[in-house]
Structure formats: C-alpha cells, structure tokens
Design a protein around this ligand. Structure first.
Ligand code: GLN
Length: 488
C-alpha cells in the first residue's frame, strides 16, 4: 500500500479504513488538498468540501461503531450531469447556470447510502456532447498526462471525472456514456471506465442527452474498484421504467483470475483505415495476453460496423433535440430577456446553449421533421437493429469481444475543434456498444510512442458485466500498467 492516500485504490482504502490505518476524514482531507493543488486542470465545476467533510466524519462514526457500509468513507467525484440535491448541477452548460436540483439522482443516492463521500461535481462537455471536454461552458479540462508545453484533452464527455481520478483528486468517479463518454476519456487518461448494460443502472435524475443510449458508470484506477462501484450503483429503480428488474450479481466475486476456455471475439471490421500501427499492435498484444492466460481468440465479423457512427449521429441528436426542448428559460436555470415569449425562448436558447449543442439540436430537429423522418431517423433505427443483430450473432460464437477503445491517444486541445467529423471519429469503436445496449469496459493497456496511455475495450453480452470484469482483471494483471502522469 502506498503512503500517499490519494494514490490508493478504493479496495486498498477500504482495507486501510477498516484496519484503522487512517480515518475517512484523513482520506477526504488528502483528496481536498489534491483537488486544490490540481485546480489548473479544471477538472471540477463545483467543489463540495464542506459536505465532503461532514460525510467523512459520519463515516468515521459508523466505522467506529461497526456499522460501515460497502463504500464507507470513500471519496468520489460526480460528473455534473447527475442531479445532486442542494448542489448546483450545470451539465456543463450556460443554460443551467444556477440550477440547484431539489432532488438527488438514484445512482448518486445509491453511492451516499453506501457511505461514499462526495468531493464535488466534475467538468464535462456541454450536455455530454463531445469527446474532448472542450464544449464545456466552464472551459476545457487538461489531461494530467500533458507535458507543460502542450496541453492535451482528457477525452470526453466525462473528461473532468477521468482527469480527477487520473490526477489523484478522487479515488473513483461517476460518468455517463451515451456513445463512449466513460470509456474514451478513461482510455485517454490511463484509467478503467465501465459502461454497464443499458438498463443496469437507473437514469433517474441524470440530465438526459439521448435517452435510449445514456447509461451511468464508474471511472476508477482498477478493475476491482469498477466492480465495487458498479455493485452499489446498479439495480432496478421504479422511477426509471427502462431500468431492469433483475438481481445484481456479486461483481467482485466474478474476478476469479481464470479465463481458461473463454472465447474472445476479435472483430475484423475494427481494423479501420488510418488507425495508428501502435494501436493495432497493442490490440494484437491483448489477444496474445489472453491466449497465454488460456482464453481462445476467435475471429468474428460485425458487418454493420461502418454504419454505426452515421447511425449514432442521427439517433443521438434526434433524441437530444427532443430532450433539450425543455430548456426554454421558463423552468430551469437562466432566462434571457425578450419582448415576446417567443423572443425570450429564442434569446435564452441562443445564449444558453453552446455551438456543439446548437449543432446537434439542428441536426436532430432536421432528421425528425416531416419529409426527412423516414429517410433519416427511421432508416437509422433500422440500421441500429442490424448492428444489435451483429452482436447477437457474434455472441453465439464468443463470450466477450476485444477491441481498441479509441483510434488515437490523447490529442492537443484545439486540434479537432474546427472539424466536427474528425471529433466524431473518436467514437468509432465505442458507439456500436451503446447502439446495441451492451456492457463495455476500457482498460489501460500500454503507452503510445509519445508516452500517452492507450486503452483496450472489452464488450460483453447484455447483463454480463461479470465476464467483462473477469477478463479485464486478467488483462490488468498481465499488463501491470503502473505508469502515472507526472505530479502537477
Ligand atoms: N462523443 C460522443 C458524442 O459526442 C459520445 C458522448 C457521450 O457518450 N456522452 O455524442
């Protein structure tokens, strides 16, 4: 175990707390100091130090009287897309500035009920639309792996959560993933990110982006920590009719270290043009590592993969345009002035939303409009069914699928802001998983030639997070990825 409390895994911290090596208050104080030191990264929109210390002291009392719960005293950060009662929730947008929810999202409520401590709300792409955290109204987040002269993006949209965990500002964090927003920033920041099966966790109280794709999940330093957080946040919620009523397995118990006989699918369509050789090689190494551990790689085909990005960039904006219709200046956040109600709506939305969000609303409104609905939206829904069908067929031949997480390592801030399509290409390996509603996990597996982290992705059958976690833990042991960003 390391002496630096900010570098512990959640599992190590739980041991230290139980063994009285330190208190929950010590642990939280150490995180609050790290957050202060790392403020230049801009990982947090709101810090909740006072609340964190109150929660930590309550945890210490429960640890002392033997009533500690699963995540007792563990300090975590929360993406600013989760409504937190009494704490400003902005979704990274100007339009929600000053919005203080009168209720708590189910997933965050589950964390606090398990004894976790909230450190603050993390920065993110506006309404979770982005892959670099640059669309945030609160400014970009800097990847802790950046060199002093070239600030890099941490990935997005959960960029603040990823940077916070990678920089030692939180032991774990909550993110959301609509097309890759947990896995892609995890990959670019050298940590583990898990998107559960659609319906595994409640979406209640999460600011909606694309309701048929959104899912909450953990960003952590280890696979075991992802299992520990998932354990607490997963489960049926009567308040979300898309959350599924099935038992939550013991995820930590799934980490047996044994993948002998497991069939690992390698999809040929993921060898995309222009993918750097080092990523192709890392993927190959991943295959060999799993083979050496006794798993059996099998070649599979996911033939509709080339249509996943265009499908996603129709379905997601369509749902977003409808979800974001509620921000009209009347009920939430900011209101601009206007001589007529119509003018007030237009001014509020024009000033409140940033450029990427306005682009998505326009695309979404267009593809849903009479005359274009059949040609775009309906067609995209049909292709989506085909993409899901590809996975069903593939999983008849394999138990888990291995791919790269992203087609590149972290890129410099500003490198792709003028080319939305180049930005969207970041999601090429992650969006099919959301379209099919499957669980997916990114694990740090190596470093690029420039010394930046690269991730591998594991994709599982619906509700089979256990196999994904089990396989990831074996890769984690094999890669023994210990590289860390320099202290800032
Ligand atoms: N980068 C993707 C987008 O911009 C995915 C975002 C997400 O998963 N929230 O839509």
């Amino acid at each position: 175990m390391t002496d630096d409390l900010t570098r512990l895994s959640i599992a190590e911290a739980l041991d230290g707390l139980t063994g009285k090596a330190f208190t929950a208050e010590d642990l939280t104080q150490a995180q609050l100091r790290a957050m202060e030191r790392r403020r230049p990264l801009n990982a947090f929109i709101t810090e909740t130090a006072e609340q964190a210390l109150l929660q930590a002291r309550a945890s210490d009392r429960r640890i002392a009287d033997g009533s500690a719960r699963r995540l007792e005293g563990i300090p975590v950060a929360v993406k600013d897309l989760f409504c937190t009662q009494g704490v400003q929730t902005t979704a990274g947008s100007g339009i929600l500035h000053g919005f203080v929810p009168p209720y708590e999202s189910t997933v965050t409520q589950n964390l606090w009920q398990a004894g976790a401590v909230m450190l603050g709300k993390t920065n993110m792409d506006e309404f979770a639309m982005g892959s670099s955290n640059e669309s945030s109204r609160f400014g970009p987040v800097i990847n802790p792996w950046s060199s002093p002269d070239t600030p890099l993006v941490p990935g997005g949209s959960s960029g603040g959560s990823a940077a916070a965990v990678a920089a030692g500002c939180a032991l774990g964090a909550l993110g959301t993933d609509t097309g890759g927003s947990i896995r892609q920033p995890a990959s670019l920041s050298g940590i583990v990110g898990l998107k559960p099966t659609y319906g595994r966790c409640s979406r209640w109280g999460i600011v909606a982006f694309a309701s048929s794709l959104d899912q909450a999940g953990p960003l952590t330093r280890t696979v075991r920590d992802a299992a520990l957080m998932l354990q607490v946040i997963a489960g049926h919620d009567p308040k979300d009719s898309t959350s599924v009523d099935r038992p939550v397995p013991d995820y930590a118990a799934a980490l047996t270290g044994d993948v002998r006989g497991l069939k690992v699918g390698i999809p040929k369509e993921y060898r995309v043009d222009g993918m750097p050789l080092e990523i192709e090689m890392l993927w190959q190494k991943g295959v060999e590592w799993l083979r050496a551990a006794g798993a059996e790689p099998v070649d599979i085909s996911l033939p509709h993969t080339p249509y996943a990005l265009p499908t996603y960039y129709i379905v997601a904006p369509a749902e977003a345009s409808s979800n974001l219709a509620r921000y009209d200046g009347v009920r939430f956040g900011v209101r601009a002035s206007g001589d007529t109600p119509k003018e007030m709506y237009a001014n509020t939305r024009g000033q409140g939303f940033g450029i990427e969000v306005r682009r998505r609303i326009m695309i979404g409104t267009y593809v849903l409009s009479a005359g274009y609905y059949d040609a775009y939206y309906l067609r995209a829904q049909k292709v989506r069914t085909k993409i899901a069908g590809d996975f069903t067929e593939a999983f008849a031949r394999c138990d888990v699928i291995l791919t790269p997480t992203t087609p590149s390592a972290a890129f410099p801030i500003g490198a792709k802001t003028n080319d939305p399509v180049a930005m969207y290409l970041n999601d090429v390996f992650t969006v099919p998983v959301n379209l099919a509603g499957l669980p997916g996990l990114s694990i740090p597996a190596g470093l690029s030639g420039e010394g930046l982290p690269l991730g591998l992705q594991l994709i599982g059958r619906p509700f089979d997070e256990e196999t994904v976690l089990r396989t990831a833990a074996v890769l984690e042991t094999t890669t023994d990825f210990r590289a860390r960003p320099a202290e800032g």
